[in-house]
Structures are given as structure tokens and as C-alpha cells.
Write a protein that binds this ligand. Structure first.
Ligand SMILES: Nc1ncnc2c1ncn2[C@@H]1O[C@H](COP(=O)(O)OP(=O)(O)OP(=O)(O)O)[C@@H](O)[C@H]1O
Ligand SMILES: N[C@@H](CCO)C(=O)O
Length: 322
């Protein structure tokens, strides 16, 4: 592989929320919270990880970013065994905001750009979904906006929906981590036909409501019976928040991904919802959970390459300035 040692690729990847209530493993949305990855071929593999969210991430070849990059090179039939990888992230780890998906998507796209974009975005989506095991987080981080996706074990299909410009997002991020595998372990092997129909109807309605910009339907459509009730014991206060968030100004509320973050959607035309924010924090506090809130937007852009076009800043300048 003739890849100049000085060529580097820098990408910005959005966080994501998966499931959006009833759309378990299928409906995701990109969020305006980001991670950045810089990658270049090197003589020896080195890592530069910046920021509090990178604590505990391995800095050897077992690192997820390195491993994913190598899978791209293998798929494309090229060899770049040694890499210099820099990463900064504002996406909290293991909280239900798609940190693993952002790392996978960033690594896939950076590695693919490094070799001249030999793999298609559809191939990258399939590889990302195979790694993450479900398409909702990775689809949102790749393509931005709202993603409805399905996965047959080999190929992922998706439709991207442009989020309404009136849609705002409030997340309450508890001060504890909950791994996706632990949150999946509490789910039942089977659900009843009644619960399946309950979810299919709401997930279909929610997808159509997003596509049509019908924010008034979100409250009814965001209810779920196949994952949130089973995960409630892992997040004290969650059931009350999901049941009562609409009384405090939310269009709807859901567990974000596998949790523990809770997400509420709002109509920005109605104001920024201080009462809603206080309700979320107070309810979690009453259940012994401390949390921080963030006001976010849907991210219309998915992963983007930052070293093209206007942005010529160094990686460290991005960390300081963005
Ligand atoms: N930048 C990174 N580099 C290496 N590993 C990472 C990185 N970001 C995340 N990971 C791995 O992913 C794990 C978190 O994945 P997990 O699926 O449990 O949570 P999440 O992706 O934050 O949330 P969710 O999937 O529910 O939205 C971390 O514990 C870490 O092992
Ligand atoms: N759809 C996944 C998202 C977490 O990665 C779940 O809820 O388990």
C-alpha cells in the first residue's frame, strides 16, 4: 500500500440515541454532541486520547478504533499495520448516547478515507452494524438525522428522515455507567403478540410522525412495551419520568439507547422547558441518582471529514475551539 506517512484524515462523529421508545433496535437519531478522530499511517502505532471521556480506553492494538480500522484495510485488500490515532470525545462512555457506535463509525470512515474511499457508505454501514449488532446508533452516526433501519444479519437497509427544525432534545445523564450487554441481559427472549402489536403500531406511527413533522403525535407514539419496562429496575426513577414527562412539557420521553440516559423531546416553539429539566433532575434525585442535563439538537449531519474544505485547524485547536 502506498500511503504517504504524512497523509492524515480527521473526522467528526455525532452521538446518537437509539430506539426512540418503541423503535427497539431500529429507530435512531443523531445528536449535537460530538467526537473527533484523526488517523494517519505511521512507523509505529501510537494513541493520543484527550478528554475525560477517554479515561480507561486501551492505548494498544486492542483499541476498538485500531481494530475497526484494520477491518477496513482487510476488506479493501490493503495493509497499513501501524497507525497514529488521536481522539477527543464529548460523548460520555456507556451511558446510552452511542459512544461505541461513534468510535466504530469514526474509525470506519477515517480508515476508508485514508485509502481513498474504496468502500461504499452502504458497505461501511453493514460493517458498522455487524460490529455494533444493531443499526440504529451506527446509522444515525453515519448518516445524521433520524434513521429507520433494519438488519438481516448481513445487510442493513435504512431511510433517513430530516428532523423537524422545531424539535429539541433534553438528556439527563445519570452519574453511573450501564453497559449495553448488561441492559440487554434483562430483556425477555419472547414477547406477547399484544406487546408486539403495541410496539409495531407506535413505532410505525412515530416514524411517520417524524417524516410528516407531526410533533403532536410523538407523545402517543413514543410508548414502548418491549424493552423499557424490563430495564426500569436498572434506572431508578425512569418509570415515573417516562409516564409524567409530558405533564412537564415534553413531547415524549424514552430511555436513550440501552440507558441509563433519559431523553425527552420538546417542541422548541414552546420554550426551552426549565420545568421539564427540573422534573427530570428532581425525580432522579428522589431515587438517589445524581445526573447532569444537556440541551441538544438533532444533528442533521452524520460523520463528516473535517480536514477538507474550510477547516484547516490542527486536531488540538479543534479540541480547544469547538
Ligand atoms: N473511543 C473509544 N475507543 C475505544 N472503545 C470505545 C470508545 N468508545 C466506546 N468504546 C467502548 O464501548 C463501550 C461502551 O459501549 P456500550 O454499547 O456499552 O455503550 P454506549 O455505546 O455508550 O451506549 P448505547 O449503545 O446504549 O447508546 C465502552 O465501555 C468502550 O469499551
Ligand atoms: N438498540 C440498542 C441500543 C444500545 O446500543 C439497545 O437498546 O440495546
Amino acid at each position: 500500500m502506498s500511503c504517504s506517512q504524512s497523509n492524515s484524515v480527521r473526522v467528526r462523529i455525532p452521538a446518537s440515541t437509539a430506539n426512540l421508545g418503541p423503535g427497539f433496535d431500529t429507530l435512531g437519531m443523531a445528536l449535537s454532541l460530538y467526537a473527533w478522530i484523526e488517523m494517519k499511517a505511521a512507523d509505529q502505532t501510537t494513541f493520543h486520547l484527550y478528554g475525560d471521556e477517554m479515561k480507561g480506553i486501551p492505548v494498544d492494538k486492542s483499541n476498538l478504533i485500531y481494530q475497526v480500522a484494520q477491518s477496513v484495510f482487510k476488506e479493501a485488500g490493503v495493509a497499513i499495520p501501524e497507525l497514529e490515532i488521536s481522539m477527543y470525545s464529548d460523548i460520555p462512555l456507556t451511558r446510552g448516547l452511542g459512544s461505541s457506535a461513534s468510535a466504530i463509525v469514526g474509525a470506519l470512515v477515517a480508515a476508508n478515507e485514508l485509502i481513498g474511499a474504496r468502500l461504499t457508505s452502504s458497505k461501511l454501514f453493514d460493517m458498522a452494524t455487524a460490529l455494533e449488532k444493531h443499526p440504529d446508533n451506527v446509522g444515525a452516526s453515519l448518516f445524521g438525522g433520524i434513521i429507520a433501519a433494519s438488519w438481516d444479519g448481513e445487510h442493513a437497509d435504512y431511510i433517513r428522515i430530516e428532523p423537524s427544525s422545531d424539535l429539541g432534545v433534553l438528556v439527563a445523564i445519570p452519574d453511573f455507567q450501564l453497559s449495553t450487554s448488561k441492559a440487554r441481559d434483562v430483556l425477555p427472549e419472547q414477547v406477547s403478540l399484544t406487546d408486539a402489536v403495541y410496539n409495531i403500531s407506535r413505532s410505525s406511527l412515530l416514524t411517520a410522525a417524524f417524516a410528516a413533522g407531526r410533533l403532536d403525535l410523538i407523545s402517543a407514539a413514543m410508548r414502548d412495551r418491549i424493552h423499557q419496562p424490563y430495564r426500569a429496575s436498572l434506572i431508578p426513577g425512569m418509570s415515573r419520568i417516562l409516564n409524567e414527562a409530558s405533564d412537564h412539557g415534553a413531547l415524549g420521553a424514552a430511555l436513550s439507547g440501552a440507558g441509563p440516559t433519559l431523553l425527552a423531546l420538546i417542541d422548541k416553539r414552546a420554550g426551552m422547558g426549565q420545568e421539564l429539566e427540573e422534573f427530570l433532575l428532581r425525580t432522579l434525585n428522589e431515587h438517589g441518582i445524581t445526573a447532569k442535563t444537556l440541551w441538544l439538537e438533532p444533528s442533521r449531519e452524520g460523520v463528516i471529514r473535517m480536514d477538507k474544505g474550510t477547516d484547516q485547524r490542527s486536531f488540538l485547536d479543534i479540541i480547544k475551539g469547538d
